[in-house]
Design a binder for this molecule. Structure first.
Ligand code: AMP
Ligand code: MG
Length: 339
């Protein structure tokens, strides 16, 4: 059994900090999604994270620190661009990839010479970091490949009995993972996320976008962010992204839809799919709500009677919509239909 603790209770925060200091692991709320945390400098703790998640060993973890002052203990060759980004976006949903310090364990970085670091913007997570005084490795707190967890209930659904504790801090406010930017060479976006690319470009100017962000990696390509090569964020059903006009999409689904299919769409489009099983995930007029609702909706549709999920998402690649679309494309293993 996994202990359910409360982020509002100081004694529970202390209990989690003590557990982590002892080399244990625990799920903690962040502003993005729940993280499964362990002492980043303790290979046994980090190994336990991989084991609980069933995460492939070649998919590196993001290391969380309490503030920029803790960065130089993990990272080398910190460019001025990183200082500028940290000043503007930390604490917040931005992970930055640096050359790593030699004592960062191989298991954290999946053997890479680089390490991804961020300062999370969640008071409970920051309290735990400050109490422990150690950096915490924390991937999303879900079984590998499943949609990320945005509530403590999601964490328990996936990991009950596999981890000692989850600290309940309520639903995550951002709802998709951090943006990952590689600053080891020319700035390159490895994963869209909570901080929009446009906001990063305001600070740094030109930023390349890794090809894996919008299309599937060629089977033999070397991924810049190793997690990119996996089908990800997926329920057991087959996810298909349906692009194009909503009326055409409704006609298309009237044609292909069977008893085992469901539609995942923004609230505005629900009425167009009458007669279909529909789950909505936020509103097109406020894309932040799409991000916040996406993983919960995917989990709602993760039932044995749903074999196909036809997903609608914004086509526009601006702001947080870029991350929403990326997560759905990855859940769909880039299967799209344009109607
Ligand atoms: P998760 O914590 O589950 O959101 O996954 C973390 C993701 O961050 C990985 O799948 C990688 O895509 C990325 N990442 C972590 N460390 C590195 C690194 N050293 N270099 C490039 N990408 C990284
Ligand atoms: Mg993850």
């Amino acid at each position: 059994m996994t202990r359910l603790l409360s982020a509002a209770a100081p004694a529970d925060i202390e209990a989690v900090a003590a557990l982590l200091q002892d080399g244990g692991i625990a799920a903690l709320p962040t502003e993005t999604v729940y993280g499964l945390a362990g002492d980043a400098l303790n290979p046994t703790a980090v190994q336990a994270i991989y084991a609980a998640k069933g995460r492939p060993a070649d998919n590196p973890l993001i290391v969380h620190i309490a503030g920029p002052d803790d960065l130089s203990a993990l990272a080398r060759k910190i460019p001025s661009a990183a200082r500028l980004l940290a000043e503007r976006f930390w604490p917040g949903p931005l992970s930055i990839v640096f050359p790593r310090q030699p004592h960062v364990p191989d298991v954290v970085t999946a053997g890479l010479d680089t390490v991804a670091v961020r300062v999370p913007a969640h008071p409970a997570f920051l309290d735990v970091l400050r109490a422990g005084g150690r950096p915490l490795a924390a991937p999303s707190a879900n079984r590998a490949g499943s949609p990320s967890s945005t509530t403590a209930a999601h964490v328990l659904h996936d990991l009950d009995g596999l981890i000692p504790a989850v600290l309940d801090g309520g639903p995550c406010t951002v709802g998709v993972e951090s943006t990952v930017i590689d600053l080891t060479n020319k700035p390159c976006l490895l994963r869209p996320g909570g901080v929009p690319l446009e906001a990063l470009r305001e600070v740094l100017g030109e930023i390349a976008v890794h090809p894996a962000v919008s299309g599937e990696l060629a089977a033999n390509a070397q991924p810049g962010a190793p997690g990119m090569k996996y089908r990800h964020y997926s329920p057991t059903a087959n996810v298909i992204v349906v692009d194009g006009d909503v009326q055409h999409a409704a006609e298309y689904l009237g044609w292909v839809g069977t008893g085992e299919s469901a539609v995942l769409c923004p609230a505005e489009e629900a009425a167009c799919f009458s007669g279909q099983r529909v789950v909505t995930y936020g509103s097109l007029t406020d894309p932040a709500t799409l991000a916040r609702g996406l993983f919960d909706a995917l989990r709602t549709l993760d039932t044995p009677d749903v074999t196909h999920i036809y997903a609608r998402c914004p086509l526009d690649e601006t702001g947080i919509s870029r991350a929403v679309r990326n997560r759905l494309l990855k859940a769909a293993a880039f299967q799209t239909v344009t109607v």
